[in-house]
Design a protein around this ligand. Structure first.
Ligand code: SF4
Ligand code: SF4
Length: 425
């Protein structure tokens, strides 16, 4: 067991954003000429793919590289495939990007596969047809026989600062959410559904048909790991208990799909401009981020940053051609002056990272191993894999050490090594 040092200062606090009573309706942004579907599948395996340049694609069509592939997306527009290319994402993850030149609005054609199969819904069909919906619902967790799922948690509280995407669905789409929750109960046979919301949305959440539980506004109380520890029952909070997490948007999309027989493929994003203006934007999945910037006349100057995700856990993207993904809840434009400085300054052992860490890790010691790239020692001696990836340590570090980035890289490196070893056995 790791002993903790004692730092006798006050823990810094950060609070989640609260959706305004009079929040404006989302601005609808169109894809200007193409959509790009970024599939988590290496390009090399696309050689014998089902997809070919020139193939026509229908709105709602499943886009996968092979018939049995788990990773797929749904085309949010009809059109024709104009390119299939490799893409290397954060930490060297390999993707295949399928570009679709879209048909004019008046010429959109719709895939009716979902409509015909929605009459007889099942968990298998949901896994094979609906994981590309906004909010990226994950049904694979129900097929893990080692950890049978007994509780479904719907997250109506946002997962990072500044975002109001999930709160919007609880506040404005509770009827669709109720249909989505009923659908989940029907296909899984699981009746214990818990809707997690901030305190101010507890009343409206009561119409969802789920058990409502609230989290406080202090970051990172809405993190799934902390929800399990502090909000769920003792039985459901055990690490061995199977719990399925869905976002409010994913559940609302399931409800809308079964209410209308049509797949909703517009993603809702909280968009923060350089001047701090916050807007909700509704946009087809796969639309290049540049189309959002164009809509709001947001110009990126040298040194500015585009961050997908919130300020603590988001990822800086290096091209505005990056597409809107089914789980992109937030997009932030930071001017050069707002980008947090990084420095080579050493750790001054101030202890702020230790005070804020919800996983009780001695981050000040862990970081020394990470900076020396001694990842196995970091895992064995300083609880690397207990980190829940909240990003709070980087935020508070007064030496501006990118602690969280070091942690992500270390975990990814060790996991890749383990996977390579297993594949070589
Ligand atoms: S990112 Fe990990 S180490 Fe850092 S504060 Fe969060 S849980 Fe702790
Ligand atoms: S890593 Fe940063 S926050 Fe943590 S003790 Fe060192 S200087 Fe302080």
């Amino acid at each position: 067991m790791i002993k903790r040092s004692f730092f006798g200062l006050v823990k810094p606090k950060l609070h989640y954003e609260r959706i305004d009573e009079a929040q404006a309706e989302p601005v609808s942004v169109k894809a200007s000429k193409n959509i790009m579907l970024s599939i988590e599948h290496p390009f090399e395996s696309a050689k014998n793919s089902l997809l070919k340049i020139g193939d026509p694609v229908k709105n709602g069509q499943k886009i996968a590289l092979t018939e049995k592939a788990d990773d797929y997306l749904l085309a949010s527009k009809s059109g024709r495939i104009s390119n299939i290319s490799p893409f290397v994402g954060i930490l060297g993850k390999k993707y295949t990007v399928v570009t679709i030149d879209i048909d004019a609005d008046s010429a959109q054609t719709v895939d009716d596969h979902f409509k015909s199969s929605s009459q007889t819904p099942s968990l298998e069909k949901a896994r094979d047809l609906l994981s590309g919906l906004p909010g990226k619902p994950d049904f694979t967790v129900f097929f893990n026989t080692d950890k049978p799922v007994k509780t479904i948690v719907v997250m109506g509280a946002d997962n990072d600062l500044l975002s109001i995407t999930r709160q919007y669905f609880v506040k404005n789409n509770i009827i669709s959410m109720k249909t989505g929750i009923d659908f989940l109960r029907k296909i899984t046979g699981i009746h214990n559904v818990i809707l997690i919301v901030p305190q101010h949305l507890a009343q409206v959440a009561g119409s969802s048909g789920a058990t409502v539980k609230t989290v406080d506004s202090e970051y990172p109380s809405a993190h799934p790991h902390l929800i399990r520890q502090h909000v769920l029952s003792t039985e459901a909070s055990s690490p061995d208990a199977g719990v399925a997490f869905f976002s409010a948007e994913a559940v609302s999309a399931l409800g809308a799909a079964f209410n209308t027989g049509k797949l909703p493929l517009e993603k809702l994003i909280t968009f923060i401009s350089k001047d701090g203006t916050r807007r909700l934007v509704s946009i087809p999945i796969g639309t290049p981020l540049q189309d959002i910037l164009n809509e709001f006349n947001e110009n990126l100057e040298e040194g500015d940053q585009l961050i997908v995700g919130g300020p603590l856990t988001g990822i800086s993207v290096y091209t505005t051609d990056s597409p809107v993904m089914p789980d992109s809840d937030t997009l932030i434009v930071q001017s050069k002056e707002q980008v947090p400085e990084r420095s080579d300054a050493p750790c001054v052992n101030c202890g702020d990272c230790v005070r804020v860490c919800p996983a009780s890790i001695q981050v000040n010691l862990l970081v020394r191993y990470l900076e020396a790239q001694q990842y196995q020692e970091a895992a064995d001696q300083y609880d690397l894999f207990s980190c829940i990836e909240c990003g709070f340590c980087s935020y508070v570090c007064e030496s501006r050490i990118p602690v969280f980035q070091h942690i992500r890289l270390a975990k990814y490196t060790l996991e890749s090594m383990k996977e390579a070893e297993e594949n070589n056995v």
